[in-house]
Design a binder for this molecule. Structure first.
Ligand SMILES: Cc1ncc(COP(=O)(O)O)c(C=O)c1O
Length: 360
């Protein structure tokens, strides 16, 4: 099903798989440095390269180098700075935007020119873009790839797959965990893989996602929001993108949007990961009183809130919510915080005008 998968080794989390692939690449090449693009999990080797690097030894962070998506120049710069030292180039084959023509092929050939392995992190794209993942969809086969999420549809299972001559080193490196032998998730994965093979799961998600994307584009046009909002991504995994506006930063706008849709019982992170269980009625149905998630509803509300100073939805605002939300830091909106939404709501009750930057 997956083009590069000559052998497989299972893990539990996406981070198990990406960290396993990186260790494998280091063992295979005898090199230390890694080039990264995208999100690859919580382990030191990756997270040390981000702003959330507290607690990661600088010696570890120094071995990971970030390059920009759709910029072969940026990858080339990174690789050229430390010739002969890169074990792997790992990237999400796609997230927010489509790869420009030749980008993925170019990444592969640059990695190989520099003696590094190419790893696709397909934790999200796997079984979503195609049964064989983004590598099948874009027809670029990496040396190794990692899968998770759709592999067992929510059961804790991930996988490192790839070339046999590399994968065989799994026997030499250490890749083991307390629940590594848990079997229920393997059974769940068997059932999922059968379903992917028998039903048009990917095609259905593509069609539904295309409708959703078009619906959002129409709503953005209808409410004249293109100066602050857009949607991008593969139809099965789309992103709402906020833009800076003279009255507020994009982080402030996104935070405000999330706050206000949570307030109305719509739980979203600003991305849409379509599932086979979605259908047109679920996406385009009328808003209900239930805590149901209608994107249409959220978008209309956003328009209300953005364009008018005073919301007409004060009642809903008083509800307590116990889930967590991503929010920009009041003292520094460029930084993110994980906070309880109830805290945001209480604060916003005191200060009505978020767009006036009074987030105190
Ligand atoms: C592309 C990608 N790689 C790796 C990970 C890490 O997976 P986990 O959180 O299961 O460790 C994630 C998680 O969202 C992911 O989206």
């Amino acid at each position: 099903m997956i083009p590069c998968a000559e052998m497989v080794r299972f893990g539990k989390n996406g981070s198990d798989a990406t960290s396993g692939a990186v260790r494998l690449a280091r063992a295979y090449t005898g090199r230390d440095r890694i080039a990264v693009c995208g999100y690859h999990g919580w382990q030191d080797w990756y997270i040390g390269s981000t702003a959330r690097n507290r607690g990661v030894p600088s010696a570890v962070s120094a071995l990971t180098h970030v390059f920009q998506y759709n910029s072969l120049e940026s990858l080339s710069d990174v690789l050229r700075k430390h010739p002969g030292e890169f074990a792997a180039v790992i990237l999400e084959p796609m997230n927010v935007v489509d790869p420009v023509a030749g980008f993925l092929e170019g990444v592969k050939s640059l990695a190989h020119q520099h003696g590094a392995l190419l790893v696709f992190d397909e934790t999200i794209t796997g079984f979503r873009f195609a049964n064989g993942g983004a590598q099948a969809y874009f027809n670029v086969t990496p040396d190794l790839a990692t899968f998770g999420k759709g592999l067992a549809n929510g059961y804790p299972l991930s996988a490192v797959v790839g070339r046999k001559d590399i994968m065989i080193l799994m026997e030499e490196i250490f890749f083991s965990f307390t629940f590594g032998g848990e079997l229920l998730s393997l059974a769940a994965s068997n059932a999922c893989l059968d379903k992917y093979a028998q039903k048009d799961v990917v095609k259905t998600m593509f069609e539904i996602g295309t409708l959703l994307k078009k619906g959002v584009v129409d709503l953005i046009g209808k409410h004249d929001l293109s100066d602050v909002l857009s949607i991008s991504g593969h139809p099965a995994w789309t992103f709402l993108n906020f833009k800076d506006h003279p009255t507020a930063t994009l982080m402030e706008l996104k935070t405000f949007f999330l706050q206000e849709v949570f307030c109305r019982g719509i739980l979203t992170a600003g991305t849409h990961n379509i599932s086979f269980a979605h259908n047109q009625a679920k996406i385009f149905g009328k808003p209900t009183r239930k805590p149901h998630r209608r994107l249409q509803y959220g978008c209309v509300l956003f328009q209300d809130l953005f364009r008018s100073e005073e919301s007409t939805h004060r009642k809903a605002r008083r509800r307590e919510h116990s889930f967590y939300a991503l929010c920009s830091r009041p003292d520094d909106p460029s930084k993110l915080l994980m906070i309880r939404t109830s805290v945001i709501l209480e604060k916003d009750l005191e200060r009505r005008s978020f767009l006036g930057r009074s987030f105190k």
